[in-house]
Ligand binder design. Structure first.
Ligand SMILES: Nc1nc2c(c(=O)[nH]1)N[C@H]1C(S)=C(S)[C@@H](COP(=O)(O)OP(=O)(O)OC[C@H]3O[C@@H](n4cnc5c(N)ncnc54)[C@H](O)[C@@H]3O)O[C@H]1N2
Ligand code: MOO
Length: 412
């Protein structure tokens, strides 16, 4: 058996990042930034008001009080988006709205609430200030106090999410270079698989892994080319892989047929022609793993067919490769430590990945329990529906007890 890290290193060594492409920021959520994003605007881009009210000279109003109101002449109105920069001399004010550019002659904003009449339907000829500003400059948002032109906003490798889009657009970037979406094809192998919902005959099972892997791949930025099923026949496996390679797949994920059985077609077809190497990896589930690269550079994964093994193998090997193809800065799932509320036995000499449910009732003390009470089995696919994370238990541990603290890989 080889260690998980050894197999993962072999996989990652084979990854050649996909090229970058230029797309609209508005469409970039879920994509990985290929170049550093440098701001082309200051944020804010100009001095503007943070309140609706009047732009004034501080010196005019600093001693205003209810019993010593200051009356200023209103000489202009500056709605948001206005390009006006009206002169505001001593004893004058300009009406101004939140976000409007502060007139160059003014230095302070008096909100409507600090005036005698507040907001009036028309721009009034004068305004009476009753409350003095705390200091010069209040309610003025300074140019570049968030981001300056030329600042490094985001580094290459960042996964873009909703908030990144807002920051990029505010910084004046309408387009970004992102990694092209890797093209992923999924091939479920097995004579026993039923895909059309028809009544199960003896020995048949619904095909349940293809859709899961496709959804996982899409979650991480893949363009899923196809999800297909083939029989346990060497020629069928070879043919589908050749077709997918011709169609430009970056990754082909095959499930099933990789262990020691008489009809393990992935292993016999792709192992004997040298496309894939098969190893026993010291993990449970997920021990039998196939991996290879075609002459054209398509990554071939042969994942074990037991559905929980498939799901775990995705997390441990395929997902990091998919992210590395996109030059993502972090290939790992988020991991927390949590206390076990109900223990389980562990297999000897294999790192265990146990599907678990999280209890986050006490946010400062999360607990986990196996999704499937009392046992873990790579065939327990119904329980996958409830799984929120995988507890990762070292190979040296033979028993996890209630109260033990374990590493937990979050997948939801
Ligand atoms: N003699 C040995 N037998 C097995 C070994 C071993 O070391 N020696 N390893 C076991 C382990 S561990 C695993 S994991 C499985 C992996 O087997 P395969 O990858 O060859 O998978 P299959 O035999 O094709 O299927 C296993 C199981 O999963 C069901 N399956 C497969 N694909 C799907 C799918 N798309 N949707 C739903 N269910 C699926 C299949 O019907 C089988 O029940 O090998 C052990 N055997
Ligand atoms: O490794 Mo298998 O995936 O134990 O069931």
């Amino acid at each position: 058996m080889i260690e998980v890290e050894q197999h993962l290193a072999r996989v990652l060594d084979a990854v050649q990042p996909v090229p970058a492409e230029r797309i609209e920021v508005a469409r970039a959520a879920g994509r990985t930034l290929a170049d550093d994003a440098i701001s082309v605007h200051d944020i804010p881009a100009f001095e503007n008001s943070s309140m609706d009210g009047y732009a004034v000279r501080f010196a005019d109003v600093e001693h205003a009080a209810v019993d010593r109101p200051v009356v200023l002449e209103v000489v202009a109105d500056v709605p948001a988006g206005s390009t006006l920069d009206p002169a505001v001399r001593a004893g004058q004010a300009a009406r101004i709205m939140t976000g409007s550019a502060v007139p160059s002659d003014a230095d302070t904003i008096v909100p409507f609430e600090h005036t005698a009449d507040g907001l009036t339907p028309e721009v009034p000829p004068t305004v009476t200030v009753l409350t003095p500003p705390r200091e010069a400059g209040v309610f003025v948002r300074r140019r570049a106090d968030d981001v300056a032109t030329g600042d490094l906003l985001l580094v290459a490798g960042t996964l873009l999410g909703p908030r990144h889009l807002a920051g990029l657009l505010a910084a004046g970037l309408t387009h970004v270079q992102v990694a092209r979406a890797p093209r992923v094809a999924i091939v479920a192998t097995g004579d026993e698989l039923v895909t059309d919902g028809s009544a199960l005959g003896r020995g048949q099972v619904p095909e349940s892994s293809g859709a899961m892997i496709a959804a996982l791949a899409r979650e991480d930025g893949a363009d899923v080319m196809t999800v297909t099923t083939v029989a346990d026949v060497d020629t069928a496996v070879l043919q589908v892989v050749a077709e997918l390679e011709d169609a430009g797949a970056d990754v082909v994920v095959l499930t099933g047929g990789v262990s020691a059985g008489a009809y393990d077609a992935v292993k016999s077809a792709l192992g004997s022609n040298g496309s894939m190497q098969f190893d026993a990896v010291a993990m449970q589930p997920g021990k039998p793993q196939g991996f290879g690269v075609t002459p054209h550079g398509t990554l071939l994964f042969g994942l074990p067919g037991n559905p929980v093994s498939t799901a775990v193998s995705w997390e441990v090997f395929v997902r990091p490769a998919l992210l590395a193809l996109q030059s993502r800065d972090d290939l790992r799932r988020r991991t927390v430590r949590a206390t076990v509320s109900s223990g389980w036995r562990c297999p000897p000499d294999r790192r265990q990945y146990v599907p678990v449910v999280l209890d986050t009732t006490d946010p400062a003390a999360w607990t986990v329990r196996p999704t499937s009470a009392g046992h873990s089995g790579s065939h327990l696919v119904g329980s996958l529906a409830l799984t929120q994370a995988y507890a990762v238990v070292p190979a040296s541990t033979s028993q996890v007890h209630a109260g033990d603290v374990v590493d937990v890989m979050l997948v939801t």
